[in-house]
Design a binder for this molecule. Structure first.
Ligand code: FES
Ligand SMILES: [Fe+2]
Length: 389
């Protein structure tokens, strides 16, 4: 089915950057590769699937399509968030189809079994015959919804589908350390967001890995983002310290422009000599982050097909004050600026995708100076595929 064995792909990547060969076309254009990515790459690490604020009320349910697998995020009466396989234990009906507030139960539309939002099976009407709602041979506990391991971080909801990844805090520990170099933990918690003017989504016609690869490098800045390159130029970008599950780049000079003569509030503990520093890490597999002294954005990638990905973006600001009316223009401008930057990247990832139909391309060669983060990601993907084949 595939031209290249995973072990050979891995071997071609484990070379100095100048000699490495990237993931071959088949990893981007083949349906079976999409399913393998789901099982062995997206499913084995910690993947972001939603923002907690997508569940705005108690007793809320949010169905998610995770590369074809139906999941549901629930917020129960105590505000506890959980993720479950979105399927009835009885005959396997897909349970929730639309985000909605419930009366505290998920009710299957087929035979009306009902589940509490903590997954417990609560009601089994007529299971023992007409009018008899229990059966001595049926243990309700065996019918609970199957929970998926999950964790909320910076209001983003992460899952580990396979259930056997390292603990989330260990998975992201090197990233937390990079955050700590800039600001302290209490300050980070001040980030707040709201729905109205802090979010956007974009659909790109490409495999999910291409937006990751594009985000990891700043090499394309002068050509693809000429405006951004003026405020955050390529020569002031640097590679972040790469770690087991991530990498990226940063800017030493992210200059802020005042709006109506004022600036957005900044994190009080952001180290003074690093005010113009911004970091753009990727937490593998699918979370792209931008941390600045006055805002944080998170973009998570939702692969919807082998060649289609939805980018979900949410910007957070420092403290509730930044969400007030006096900063509305600032927030609108910020969202527009990043939307324009992300939109500029779309043609690049889409044309890399169509380029992967070419038999004249076998994974490509790399710039030894500029492409080390891309090679790191490719190697990580190949490692996951081999490890979890
Ligand atoms: S399939 Fe859900 S109650 Fe029967
Ligand atoms: Fe870009």
């Amino acid at each position: 089915m595939f031209e290249h064995k995973l072990i050979d792909i891995q071997k071609r990547l484990k070379q100095p950057v100048a000699k490495a060969t990237g993931l071959p076309n088949e990893r981007y254009v083949n349906e079976h590769a999409f399913t393998e990515d789901r099982k062995s790459v997206m499913g084995t690490g910690w993947a972001c699937i939603a923002f907690a604020e997508d569940l705005p009320e108690k007793n809320y349910v949010l169905p998610i399509d995770f590369m074809g697998i139906p999941l549901v995020v629930t917020r129960d009466n105590e505000n506890m968030l959980r993720v479950f396989h979105n399927v009835c234990s009885h005959r396997g009906m897909h349970l929730a189809e639309e985000p909605c507030q419930t009366k505290g139960m998920l009710v299957c539309p087929y035979h009306s079994w009902s589940y509490k939002l903590n997954g417990e099976l609560r009601g089994t009407p007529h299971i023992g015959g007409y009018g008899i709602h229990e059966h001595p041979d049926f243990d309700r506990k065996s019918g609970a919804l199957r929970e998926v391991r999950s964790q909320v971080w910076l209001d983003a909801v992460f899952i580990n589908l396979s259930g056997d990844a390292v603990a989330f805090n260990d998975y992201i520990e090197p990233l937390t350390r990079q955050f700590n170099d800039l600001c302290d933990a209490n300050d980070r918690l001040q980030f707040a967001s709201n729905n109205a003017d802090c979010r956007t989504t974009m659909t790109v016609k490409s495999n999910w890995k291409l937006p990751v690869e594009n985000y990891l490098e700043s090499y394309h800045l002068p050509t693809v983002h000429p405006e951004l390159n003026k405020t955050s130029p390529l020569d002031e970008h640097f590679d972040l310290e790469r770690f087991e599950n991530g990498g990226g780049q940063g800017s030493e000079n992210y200059s802020k422009t005042p709006i109506n003569g004022s600036y957005l509030p900044e994190l009080g503990s952001w180290s003074g000599d690093k005010k113009n520093l911004a970091i753009y890490p990727v937490l593998y597999p699918n979370t792209l982050i931008g941390l600045h002294s006055d805002h944080l954005f998170i973009m998570y990638l939702q692969p919807t097909a082998m060649d289609e990905t939805v980018e979900h973006v949410r910007i957070s600001y420092v403290g509730d004050e930044a969400l007030g009316a006096q900063y509305q223009t600032h927030r609108e401008t910020m969202l527009q600026t990043w939307t324009d930057v992300f939109a500029e990247d779309i043609f690049a990832v889409e044309r890399m995708q169509t380029g992967r139909a070419s038999p004249g391309y076998e994974g490509g060669v790399f710039s030894p100076a500029m492409d080390a983060p891309t090679v790191h990601f490719h190697e990580w993907v190949a490692d996951q595929l081999v490890k979890h084949a």
